[in-house]
Design a protein around this ligand. Structure first.
Ligand code: AMP
Length: 249
């Protein structure tokens, strides 16, 4: 069984992002970029399934400009067997990515697609669900445990009241939650090995997908700055402020 793992290149989670002065978006010039953390978890899970012998090939796919090759090399250093870059300089929204992934699902026929539950730049949490709808495949989102059992896959999800386990028939779409696994450190020998792995490039047109954005960003603003706090002398003063100033009790 093949597994397709979509990996997005995003601003590194340690970077404090800055909004562009004209409010059109976030400034990503000279900013450290990395693989979306949930996608690293997805690659790790796919590689673990391969190590268990239930998966034969792990294919990483990234949609975006040529620099996404770096993200694919990282996925291959974790253990993905090959990479596909869907190259475009167009701004990609979740529906466009889901359509590109559907075209690749049709071509590669994977038994599983494991995506991150959300990209930490757009926080959309849409692509996996849209892909499941477009491909008409069963989906299990926010997975905290994945077990392949024959032609079924059992997925445990954290829900409000505890844990829910779903049994899906494959092929299926899964999205990863934070507690699914802890991705391994990428070692230098594996980085070197990854450089020799196969990386194919396709254009959205070759996949027959129109990626024109459907949504327009009106403006992006920084969160309001928090005002300075005050020290209260005692509990009585605190209660008084909560009651009479903040009016929350
Ligand atoms: P989102 O719906 O944007 O929050 O993204 C959810 C997941 O979809 C991500 O964690 C990735 O697995 C996948 N994804 C989104 N955008 C891309 C992209 N440009 N290239 C590859 N995978 C993507």
């Amino acid at each position: 069984m093949k597994v397709l793992v979509p990996v997005k290149r995003v601003v590194d989670y340690n970077v404090k992002v800055r909004v562009k002065s004209d409010g059109t978006g976030v400034d990503i010039a000279n900013v450290k970029m990395s693989m979306n953390p949930f996608d690293e978890i997805a690659v790790e899970e796919a590689v673990r399934l391969k190590e268990k012998g239930v998966v034969t090939e792990v294919i990483a796919v990234s949609c975006g400009d040529a620099k996404c090759q770096e993200t694919l090399r990282t996925a291959m250093a974790i253990g993905a067997d090959r990479g596909i870059l869907v190259e475009t300089t167009e701004e990609l929204q979740p529906l466009a990515v889901a359509k590109l992934l559907k075209a690749l699902v049709d071509k590669e026929q994977p038994g599983l697609v494991i995506l991150g539950k959300q990209a930490i730049d757009d926080d959309a949490n849409q692509t996996g669900q849209m892909l499941a709808a477009l491909t008409d495949l069963p989906q299990a989102t926010f997975a905290s445990k994945v077990e392949v059992a024959g032609d079924k896959v059992n997925v445990t999800r954290e829900v409000d009241g505890g844990l829910e386990t779903l049994s899906l028939s494959t092929p299926a779409v899964i999205t990863t939650d934070l507690r699914l696994n802890e991705p391994r450190y990428v070692t230098l020998p594996n980085i070197m090995k990854a450089k020799k792995k196969q990386l194919d490039t396709v254009k959205p047109e070759e996949l027959g997908v129109d990626v024109t954005p459907r949504l327009k960003t009106l403006k992006v603003v920084e969160p309001a700055k928090r005002g300075a706090g005050v020290k209260v002398p005692d509990v009585a003063a605190l209660v008084d402020k909560l009651k009479n100033e903040a009016k929350v009790i």
